[in-house]
Design a protein around this ligand. Structure first.
Ligand code: SF4
Ligand code: SF4
Length: 84
């Protein structure tokens, strides 16, 4: 329904060792979100949810830190921060 969504290219950088490693996590600023659902649709782990503007967030238990959500957000309302 949504066509070939560009999921593959962004994984290569984190796949160097052949396994996923979380070194960063997305921070949902919830300031300029327009509820476009792009982050929800692109997340390879399906761990993002949200209903209205500025309610989008992810479940860090499942997030792999790929950065796709931050990359695709048209409002730059998601930033990747270093895992502490
Ligand atoms: S960083 Fe990747 S896995 Fe984590 S919420 Fe964003 S798209 Fe999903
Ligand atoms: S991609 Fe950005 S603007 Fe769109 S729903 Fe997600 S956080 Fe909101």
């Amino acid at each position: 329904m949504f066509g070939p969504i560009f999921i593959k290219p962004l994984t290569s950088r984190n796949n160097k060792t052949g396994s996923w490693r979380i070194t960063q996590r997305p921070k949902f600023l919830q300031k300029n979100c327009i509820a476009c659902k792009m982050c929800f649709l692109i997340c390879p782990e399906g761990c993002i949810e949200g209903e209205e503007k500025n309610t989008y967030h992810c479940d860090y238990d499942y997030c792999k830190g790929c950065g796709n959500c931050a990359e695709v957000c048209p409002k730059q309302d998601i930033v990747m921060v270093k895992e502490s």
